[in-house]
Design a protein around this ligand. Sequence first.
Ligand SMILES: [Zn+2]
Length: 478
Amino acid sequence: MTEYEPVIGLETHIQLNTQSKIFCTCKADSWEEAANTNICPVCCGFPGVLPVLNRVVVEKAVLLARAMNSQIRPLSYFDRKNYFYPDLPKGYQISQFDQSLASGGYLDLPMPGGELRRISIHKLHIEEDAGKTKNEGGKRMIDYNRCGVPLVEMVTGPDLRSADEAAQYLIRLRQLLRWLGISEADMEKGHLRCDANVSIRPAGADHLNTKTEIKNVNSIDAVREAILTEIDRQKAEVTAGHRIESWTLEWDENRKKLKKMRSKETEADYRYFREPDLLPIRLDDAWKNTILADFPELPLERRSRFMLDYSLPAYDAEILTSERSLSDYFETAVKAYQGDPKKISNWMMNDILRMINDRGMTAGELKLTPAFLAELVRLVDSGSINTSTAKTLVEKVETSGRNPAAIVETEGLGLVSDDSAIRAACEEVIAENPNETAAYKAGKSTLIGWFVGQVMRKMRGKADAQKAGTILTELLDS
Ligand SMILES: [Zn+2]
């Protein structure tokens, strides 16, 4: 039987997080607004109005193009993409066609085996969004709030070979968009939208077969599921001797099924021509250099550097670079601590990450600053507090915003290393527990752990456990 391999390309629409829309001053984000309250004659395409380009849209798109290793064109043009649809009041969408802001590029995906898969980028351009149509109670409702919201459309080559790789691409793209601070990249809110082109071919072949396009998938899990479903369908069709037709399919999230929307249009149907109401984008070196002046180190580079500079395991480096503010936090804490970076990593991977997730904050918003974390770990190192006290201290610092040493001081959380105090507690425990003492003396030496536990309880966790053990052994053996 023939083995088939999937061939997948993704088309993504990324909503840029600008204050205003791409060609007018209406607010860009309408997530919490009532329908048709965030509109003006420009984004509704009234006759006689003129669009004015929002510079920030170009700047954010340039950051993305640079991160995708694309060639940025010094001169690019807007074009009209003509089609008729109720949620497109102008009857055309302002987009970019043959001379878009950037061309080519790639995104590297780290694979589970440690190798990188390079996914090519075929198209990267800016455009305006259309409105939203929804069907409710037998009526078709149109909301124009989304008209004119800035988008970057980005299309990959047919380079992805599995539903998991497609999901990985979206995970990495989302990470990058948030890292650059150019999009909220929330798929549920439509900030990051994805259509998938799927075909199959005999494994090892290098030709492309007819593809189908899956639309309206609004989570990464749904993209994975929809692609898997479509690959299975195509395999079954081809095995049964049928031809794959170039359909547009819609993913029904509730029924976990694909349904046919329409046979696909071709590019020619859109009758593209240059947008006469807008000047070309002239991105001279001065402007480009200003935009790219603070271009950050990207997640994968930073991940490698953390492994190299701080000898972190790949697992730690991956988690600590999952988000930019978290990785900044780690690095600042390591510098403040000046000890073993793995210790800072351990505290972050456990206590700090849990706190961030519980409170829905970013690392940069914590009152427990990197400097405070470094101080807290040093208090453990010096034996001033034990690990369990340090864990409660994490919460106390975050709640109060006070520095760890001051809290230890005022709340008396420091370890008691005074021998006579520990010795007194040990003597009390032995006197209060004659049965266990007898059992220990009769040879049940494993009871020593239980005795240490009792001493710790008596001293409310503040005893130096090792010292308590030594004193107990001495007393019980005498
Ligand atoms: Zn407007």
